[in-house]
Design a protein around this ligand. Structure first.
Ligand code: TYM
Length: 392
């Protein structure tokens, strides 16, 4: 397979555009250089050797690993060793319910479901309704509650094992998190929190106090199982700052450091940036109707030339095209995607064709997903940490 990630980096290095990016849990901006991010964050790239060790358990290499969509980690090798030695691990991931769910969110969750299935893991899924309420002065608690309910349907629709998955809603299940969170909070200074999260004097104190709440589920499995229990967190790399502070305090509290596997971002359909609910016209939501999907995809930015004649003469820039990446990560096989790349570069493919493939793939995916969302309404209580229903 061609190493598309490095090719893209070389191309971008040539136009010097790659130092202008920012990745925090609340802000992702610019064109991200993932190789530089690994160095900046101090994480490890996922090596061939690690992929082979995963394959030993799964029997195959998942496309999201093969295509380097999941590209970085902390202690993944360690957790695989624990598993090989017969110690099972928990998975932990989450969502901040500030809007509807788009395909970008679903990507790490699909991979989490796959890991759950293959490693037979229990999963904790946290909904940080408190974080999203605190983060913006414009959000009411009613609005957050509405999105919490809607997001629960999406989480269930992903297809996690109902016997092995527990959803934690911070404001509803806080009694399970608070004792752990206070232990964590006591060990983190404001100076560290400021450095890691960029808090300033104008940050509200709720936000300053929030990170231990997201850290707490890393240690909840040890409390539930009554012994130190390994935890692996699949998520996009924007969440990494939380795990840095959690890892710092883990051993002092008698727990294992949580391990992580980090994904890249699915790009939005606009000129740049990750897919984000705050730019709804460039995001495909799991609740979008087919006509809406058609319209959004048809208006998508591409790496194509301004005219068909130029496209035929000069070829397109597939590696700078969100439609290409979206298809590559979600709907094309590796072979199809490599062929698409060559055809586009040589001017033998027009943007309309790729857009039509993307529209078709997204519509099929979303129509099926919506059906599962509907069914999810009847089984919410089965997934809740306390086994109780969550009303709209
Ligand atoms: P949130 O709601 O911002 O994002 C939820 C998950 O989706 C990932 N993500 C994306 N992945 C690929 N492409 C994108 N365009 C994209 N946008 C978002 C995020 O990395 C995340 O995995 N504070 C958290 C909620 C949380 C959490 C966790 C997340 C609580 N505990 C544990 C991950 C793991 C939040 O607001 O995520």
């Amino acid at each position: 397979m061609e190493d598309l990630a490095s090719t893209r980096d070389e191309e971008s290095d040539n136009n010097n555009s790659k130092d202008n990016f920012k990745v925090t849990p609340w802000e992702v901006e610019g064109e991200i250089d993932y190789n530089k991010l690994v160095i900046q964050f101090g994480t490890q790239p996922i090596t061939f050797e690690i992929i082979e060790r995963i394959k030993h358990v799964t029997g195959e290499v998942h496309p999201m690993l093969k295509l380097q969509y999941f590209f970085s980690h902390r202690d993944l090798d360690w957790i695989l060793k624990k598993h090989a030695d017969g110690e099972s691990f928990y998975l932990y991931t989450g969502r901040g319910p500030s809007g509807m769910i788009h395909i970008g969110h679903v990507m790490p969750w699909l991979f989490t479901r796959y890991l759950q299935e293959k490693f037979d893991s229990k999963l904790l899924f946290q909904l940080t309704d408190d974080e999203k309420f605190l983060q913006s002065q414009d959000r009411s608690s009613e609005e957050i509650r509405h999105y919490t309910y809607e997001n629960i349907l999406d989480i269930i629709a992903v297809g996690f094992n109902p016997y092995k998955t527990k959803i934690i809603i911070d404001t509803k299940h806080i009694q399970h998190l608070y004792p752990i969170a206070t232990e964590i909070a006591k060990r983190i200074t404001f100076s560290t929190a400021k450095a890691v999260f960029g808090f300033s004097s104008s940050t509200n104190i709720g936000m300053v106090g929030f990170p231990p709440i997201q850290a707490a589920p890393c240690f909840l499995p040890s409390v539930i199982e009554n012994k130190p229990t390994p935890v692996l967190i699949p998520a996009a790399i924007d969440q990494d700052p939380y795990w840095r502070i959690t890892r710092d305090v883990a051993e002092r509290m008698g727990y294992y450091k949580p391990a992580q596997i980090h994904s890249k971002f699915i790009p939005g359909l606009g000129m740049s940036g990750k897919m984000s609910s705050s730019k709804p016209e460039t995001a495909l939501f799991t609740t979008d109707d087919p006509e809406v999907i058609d319209n959004k995809v048809s208006a998508a930015f591409t790496g194509g030339q301004p005219t068909i004649t130029l496209q035929r003469q000069l070829g397109g820039n597939a590696l700078g095209c969100p439609v290409f990446w979206y298809l590559r990560y979600l709907f094309d096989s590796e072979k199809q995607s490599d062929e698409r790349l060559l055809k586009c570069k040589s001017g033998n493919l027009l943007c309309g064709e790729c857009k039509s493939d993307l529209s078709k793939g997204s519509k099929t995916f979303i129509v099926e997903f919506k059906k599962r969302r509907e069914k999810a309404k009847d089984v919410i209580a089965d997934f809740m940490l306390d086994g109780e229903p969550y009303e709209k």
